[in-house]
Design a protein around this ligand. Structure first.
Ligand code: ADP
Length: 329
């Protein structure tokens, strides 16, 4: 049997280069690998664990779904769904697996502590349960590979622990899922500090940004005098060099690094060339998106088909868990 792959993104805003390089590139690589069966999801239920707007949630979920297709996720090769189409089975499994995890274990997760800091007035049970909902997303398909950014590693550790415990206590056969890493597993913020994120204003380049917007955003990225004894290993300049490597290749990065310790780097030119390279990669995605937006019936059909295909596997797993846990069929 082929190994299964699952990955998902929250519809909390438009996708950015971090989502693209850290997760989507891995999703695409595995979709084209004949050893794997791939399932992808837009995790709208996850979006409800932090403050959100119920009126726009489904438009956002559809936007991310269309982004998936625009990037190259292919409904012929992958089952692509919107999570709440499978809410009955996924939330059910996430409750069942919560019986093998302690409150203390969940409270000590660094990702939970970060969210508590960000939203001190919204420390809900849903937030605490977030990693168990994610474990259910993965385990419901018995997936073993998960293409996500490095920030998700603590959550994958939880999913592995849940799998182990469900296997030990109830005789399930869940694989312990591991992360599939890409070259862009950690895409830095444009602001020089931290990671690129939807929730940090000014930190990201979005997949639908036009060239002028990319130029304007890069212009604000912090730099220095352009020369020094050693190439910086952190901060704005290090981040710019990382973007150069990701979009223009390693050789180009080495050129700039040599210039840094030699004649000096002209950041104006660097940023202009980098903006063009980024836009060149995004342009075909934007074109595909425009085509899909003109064809809403096709998108509706693909959303429905993705849910139906995913449901066959998900229902079988939930039935097995219920039986092994001693619940009624
Ligand atoms: P965000 O952090 O922007 O809210 P999500 O939490 O929905 O995005 O993450 C969706 C996917 O994108 C996950 O696999 C996550 O690891 C990946 N991802 C998000 N930001 C980055 C980043 N800056 N670098 C690499 N991967 C990232």
């Amino acid at each position: 049997m082929k190994k299964r792959v699952l990955s998902g993104m929250r519809p909390t805003g438009r996708l950015h280069l971090g989502n693209y390089l850290g997760a989507a590139k891995g999703m695409l690589a595995l979709q084209d690998d004949p050893d794997y069966e791939t399932l992808f999801t837009v995790v709208d239920i996850h979006a409800t664990t932090t403050p959100y707007d119920a009126k726009t949630l489904q438009q956002s979920a559809r936007d991310v779904f269309i982004d998936y297709l625009s990037i190259g996720l292919d409904p012929e090769k992958s089952a692509i769904n919107i999570q709440s189409d499978l809410a009955d089975v996924i939330t059910q499994l996430s409750f069942y697996v919560s019986s093998v995890m302690t409150v203390a274990r969940m409270q000590h997760l660094p990702t939970f502590k970060d969210k508590v800091k960000q939203h001190p007035d919204n420390v809900t049970m849903a937030l605490l349960n977030y990693p168990l909902l994610m474990a259910a997303d993965i385990l419901i398909y018995k997936a073993s590979k998960v293409p996500v950014g490095i920030d998700q590693e603590p959550h994958l550790e939880v999913a592995r622990e849940v799998a182990r415990k469900m296997n030990e206590q109830f005789g399930m056969d869940f694989p312990e899922p591991t992360r599939f890493a890409t070259k862009g597993e950690y895409v830095p913020s444009l602001l020089g500090e931290g990671k690129m994120s939807k929730s940090v204003e000014g930190s990201s380049i979005e997949l639908n940004d036009d060239l002028d917007t990319i130029v304007a955003k890069l212009k604000k990225a912090p730099t220095d005098a352009g020369t020094g004894a050693a190439v910086p290993t952190s901060g704005g300049v290090a981040n710019l060099f990382q973007f150069v490597e990701l979009f223009q290749g390693e050789a180009k990065r080495r050129e700039y690094e040599a210039a840094y310790t030699g004649s000096g780097v002209r950041y104006g030119d660097l940023k202009k060339e980098l903006a063009q390279a980024i836009f060149d990669e995004l342009r075909p995605i934007q074109k595909k998106r425009a085509e899909l937006e003109a064809n809403p019936d096709y998108v509706d059909r693909i959303i429905k088909e993705g849910a139906d295909r995913s449901r066959v596997i998900a229902e079988a797993t939930v039935a097995e868990v219920r039986e092994k846990m001693g619940l009624r069929k």
